[in-house]
Design a protein around this ligand. Structure first.
Ligand code: SIN
Length: 489
């Protein structure tokens, strides 16, 4: 049915047209829930990338010269269309990514919220008139678009991670070339179709789907091209590091939203019901395939067993299966490599003495479905506490006192998100300040929205997305010193 939809696009989107690739090759998009082939999509290569960059470059002068109010209106129209097509977009997203339909619907709203927010922020880009230290000078500061931008986006939020980058770029007056993840090109192309319908001018948004045979080459051109002035990437720390190296010769501006390893701390006085329910949301959203999902649950020793039992009970009630069935809470993992990693982490924990409370197996729902899992009595030395699991596994550890848990919670490498539950206001401030993370949820497991600055510390990256800070990533500050001025005083 979706195949008949105008949103079901399979070609590259360059200069406002859906075009075939110069490579004459396609790649397969698979439904991870069933293993079925959804479709073939054109596979962008280096030549296509150069065309897209040129289109974005040629569109830049006109777009950056378009009054902010008009750019805002284009974005508003794009937002309206995304909302109008929310159901179709969500179905497409579930088909190619696997998450339950309700979560997909929420992702479309979340993604659209960035377009709405930045359509409003476009009108609020402001310069300054500084107080001059000399009588004959006036000092002005302009905020100008960075130029042509590139975005490399992940498969776990195939829609929202695109709008979180493209909307501020467009609002600021930048044009953009986007390479979506190879697993999820259809959501990206559907967004392109809606941008076209919104009348966003040719070349302002360009989309280059590419599979693993082409992705590295396409990404390299995006990083190395002198026409591209900024790269925004969401993905693993390892890939972020490589992209940064490739961006170094052109001294490209970068924003990096990289891996995380979120601690979830529950202090002895916490509201246990609220903590358990937030743990479920934070851990099992998108089957644990979220950069900010909780990985290490540090529970005060006086309540650790009770918390573990209650979480295991709730986790075992979650329904695993095809996301298109509204009764299901947990979809598949994205691919075999993801599943193998999750299995390996669970096995390593069990081998080293952790206790499996629930799950731990591939689910009967299909080859890529892993049961919601809780492992208790985990130790910080286990693999699951060192590496990002990116799957539906909650690892429970216990602690004695605040100082100890802060030391343990502060990961040497990652600093994206952290969560804690406490009823003590002094403790809330103390712990929030001591945790070395870019985003902290207190008495909640859900922190993402368009108004708040999303981003990490340490090797979880730099730069912020969403919020009023998000647009600054796409703006240059230019200072003007106006001499020879005459003042009365
Ligand atoms: C991510 O996994 O990087 C995105 C999660 C979110 O925006 O909530």
């Amino acid at each position: 049915m979706l195949e008949k939809s105008e949103l079901f696009q399979k070609k590259l989107f360059i200069n406002n047209q859906f075009v075939p690739t110069a490579s004459q090759k396609t790649f397969t998009v698979i439904n991870p829930a069933t293993g079925e082939v959804l479709t073939e999509v054109e596979n962008a290569n280096v030549t296509d990338t150069e065309h897209a960059i040129l289109a974005a470059h040629q569109a830049l002068a006109n777009w950056k010269g378009t009054p902010a109010k008009q750019r805002s209106q284009y974005l508003r129209e794009w937002f309206n269309l995304i909302k109008n097509y929310q159901t179709e977009l969500a179905q497409l997203l579930t088909l190619e990514q696997g998450k339950p339909l309700q979560e997909a619907v929420e992702e479309i709203s979340y993604g659209a919220s960035f377009v709405e927010w930045f359509s409003e922020q476009a009108k609020r880009i402001e310069g300054s008139l500084l107080s001059s230290p000399q009588k004959d000078k006036e000092l002005l500061v302009f905020q100008e678009p960075v130029g042509v931008c590139a975005a490399i986006t992940p498969w776990n939020f195939p829609m929202a991670m695109i709008t979180r980058k493209a909307a501020p770029a467009l609002a600021a007056g930048c044009t953009i070339v986007i390479k979506p993840a190879e697993q999820t090109p259809l959501s990206a192309l559907a967004l392109a179709k809606l941008a076209q319908m919104a009348g966003i001018p040719a070349g302002v948004i360009n989309i280059l789907p590419a599979d693993q045979t082409q992705s590295i080459a396409v990404g390299k051109i995006l990083c190395e091209s002198p026409l591209i002035k900024k790269l925004s990437f969401t993905g693993s720390t390892q890939v972020g590091r490589e992209l940064l190296k490739q961006c170094a010769p052109t001294i490209k501006r970068c924003s990096m939203e990289l891996g995380g390893h979120a601690p979830f701390i529950v202090f002895a006085d916490a509201d246990l019901d609220a903590a358990v329910s937030a743990a479920v949301t934070s851990k099992y959203r998108n089957a644990g395939q979220t950069c900010i999902c909780s990985n290490r649950f540090y529970i005060h020793q006086s309540i650790a067993d009770e918390f573990a039992q209650r979480l295991a009970e709730k986790a075992s009630q979650l329904k695993v299966g095809n996301g298109l069935d509204p009764n299901n809470d947990l979809g598949p993992l994205i691919d075999q490599a993801a599943l193998n990693k999750v299995k390996h982490h669970v096995q390593d924990a069990i081998n080293q003495g952790a206790q499996l409370l629930t799950g731990g197996q591939i689910d009967n729902a299909g080859a890529l479905f892993f049961q919601p899992t809780v492992v208790h009595q985990v130790k910080d030395s286990m693999l699951i506490c060192q590496e990002e699991t990116f799957g539906p596994v909650a690892a429970i550890l216990s602690f004695n006192n605040e100082a100890e848990v802060i030391t343990k919670a502060n990961h040497p490498e990652y600093g994206l998100a952290a969560y804690f539950f406490s009823q003590n206001i002094a403790q809330i401030f103390r712990v929030a300040k001591a945790l070395e993370y870019g985003m902290i949820g207190v008495n909640t497991g859900l922190i993402s929205n368009e108004i708040a600055p999303f981003g990490g510390l340490k090797q979880s990256g730099f730069g912020r997305e969403g919020s009023r800070w998000g647009i600054e990533e796409y703006l240059e500050t230019k200072y003007l010193c106006l001499g020879g001025m005459q003042n009365y005083s």
